[in-house]
Design a protein around this ligand. Structure first.
Ligand SMILES: Nc1nc2c(c(=O)[nH]1)N[C@H]1C(S)=C(S)[C@@H](COP(=O)(O)O)O[C@H]1N2
Ligand SMILES: [Mo]
Length: 242
């Protein structure tokens, strides 16, 4: 079945075709076809949300990655409308545009990525601004203990302790696999928490709030460990990534 034909018939927006193309799902046929009416992004979101270990494994993926979103659809943002807000227990709250983030010192790390559901992608370059640098710019207050991350998908959240957030291997990432981060991988800006399971690396990052206590993130409220060290959490024994 040709998805473009069915899109014409269903009147699905053209943007859907771009998304299909990006994921390389054009030949998925029988798996994709029933999903087109409700929208493929919704289908992916539902699958990833209900069974992160299961059906998403059937989908083709670029370079070993699976694309996950717990939101049914996510708006696209680029240099014209992307903003990162930093607020909470800081002396200088504010926002950064993409151009401002690109102008800050960039750090490149190349490490394995490990998802808690089992898949691992070797030696993946991430590049961006150290989270610790952004926190220093904002001036973290002495009462601060933790960070809450929010996303412009409107749903996903993550958390770190302040001590974790100050590690040099945690980035506000602008690039992944030596390219600007694609929409599907959480671009234009995602968090990259090198030493922890990949669910800590919040996609479509839009907010960094400094708080006085850890507030468990989306998956953590559903049972995953808050301290998500690879190989030392979630009952798993994977080789550490950082
Ligand atoms: N906003 C948002 N960030 C997210 C997720 C998500 O569903 N929404 N899934 C997490 C999980 S469980 C994983 S394994 C990775 C997947 O990243 P990828 O889609 O770039 O492979 O993103 C993490 N960050
Ligand atoms: Mo994951």
């Amino acid at each position: 079945m040709n998805p473009e034909r069915s899109e014409e018939r269903d009147g699905t927006p053209v943007g859907r075709r771009v998304f299909l193309g990006t994921l390389g799902l054009g030949a998925l046929g029988v798996v994709a076809a029933p999903a087109l009416q409700s929208g493929l992004e919704g289908f992916l979101g539902a699958v990833a949300g209900k069974d992160p270990t299961g059906l998403t494994g059937l989908l083709p993926n670029g370079g070993g990655f699976r694309y996950y979103s717990v939101a049914a659809s996510v708006p696209r943002k680029d240099a014209t409308d992307y903003r990162l807000t930093i607020d909470g227990l800081v002396d200088r709250p504010g926002t950064h545009t993409l151009a401002e983030l690109r102008a800050l010192p960039q750090t490149r790390l190349v490490k394995d990525v490990q998802c808690v559901t089992g898949w691992r992608v070797p030696g993946t370059p991430f590049e961006g601004v150290r989270l610790s640098h952004l926190l220093d710019m904002a001036g973290v207050r002495s009462t601060a203990k933790a960070i809450r991350f929010t996303c412009f998908d409107g749903t996903y959240t993550e958390s770190l302790t302040l001590a974790q957030a100050r590690r040099p291997d945690i980035l506000v990432a602008l690039r992944m696999q030596d390219k600007d981060i694609s929409h599907d991988h959480g671009g234009p800006v995602r968090l990259y928490v090198a030493p922890m399971y990949f669910y800590k690396s919040a996609k479509w990052l839009s907010g960094i709030t400094v708080t006085d206590r850890v507030e468990p993130g989306y998956w953590e409220r559903l049972g995953y460990d808050v301290d998500a060290w690879v190989g030392r959490s979630n009952g798993r024994t994977d080789e550490p990534t950082s």
